[in-house]
Write a protein that binds this ligand. Sequence first.
Ligand code: ZN
Length: 344
Amino acid sequence: MRCRFAALLTAALVLLGASASAQAADKVKAVASFSILGDMVKNVGGERVEVTTLVGPNGDAHVFSPTPADAKALASADMFFVNGLGFEGWMERLEKSSGFKGRTVVTSKGVKPLEIVGRHHHGGEAREEDHHEEDHAKDEDAHDHDDHAAHEEHGDETHAEAEEHHDDEETDPHAWQSLANGEIYVANIRDGLIAADPDGKEIYEANAEKYLAALRKEDTAAKAALARLPQSRRRIITSHDAFGYFANAYGIEVISPEGVSTESEASAQDVAKIIRQIRAENIPAVFIENVSDPRLLEQIVRETGAKIGGVLYSDALSDKNGPAPTYLDMFRHNVGALTSALSS
Ligand code: ZN
């Protein structure tokens, strides 16, 4: 009797153990290149997907160096979710060195990329120039001679640089900073998961639908909140040019001393130019980013008296206890920081 019970118990335990390990093995093993993407994959994948993130909270993916542990994580993964648009310069080497055999999903596929011409003519300045042309058209003859000359000179310089350094054209990778693009990312994640794990189709579709609805709702709220700001106040400085897509989607202007990557440092001329610009155009606020060294902006603030509007989360989430532990939280936080700094 006793013996039979023990045998049954052992059999039951073996079965339980087997089914538990089968469940773990059945999960899709996904690696996401950076924290924002990791959160999106978790939202779509739910219980069926085990997500590992390479560049974690507050980490800078532009200057990331993968470790042997990262290569190991990728080697055993079924899927690799990346941003693309040149964001992860280290990606191909890591894929090769790790011997990754799974499926890579470029989540920005289908996004309309923002092209930046020349290292010194990145997003902020291109937008600034458009702005000038509008001003010029509106003001007609109201421009004084100095302004006019400066504008023409600037125009010529842009033209010359664009011709000389044709291959300097850079794609702005920060497409997730528009929630409409975020919807494209989510659709790509959903389709990638379905292709890798067709049995989960219904679950992935349901998760994605719910998440997409939340993104759309947040997009409407962000547009409404920023539309309430006076036009003259909708201009900010950030250290690297991470908010080009945000600027286009939500109608603000963002000027940055550094380019679209944190790899290139701002030159003394870039900084001097921005200081002049803040003084001349009365730009209300400067924002620190969670992934950039704040010292450059602190110098700009000291020299101009512009106020620090707060911290914007550009290329990474905060940790769990911070204000931006998810993609949606990040958006709410950034919009809240912008509206409170620019409305007063
Ligand atoms: Zn960036």
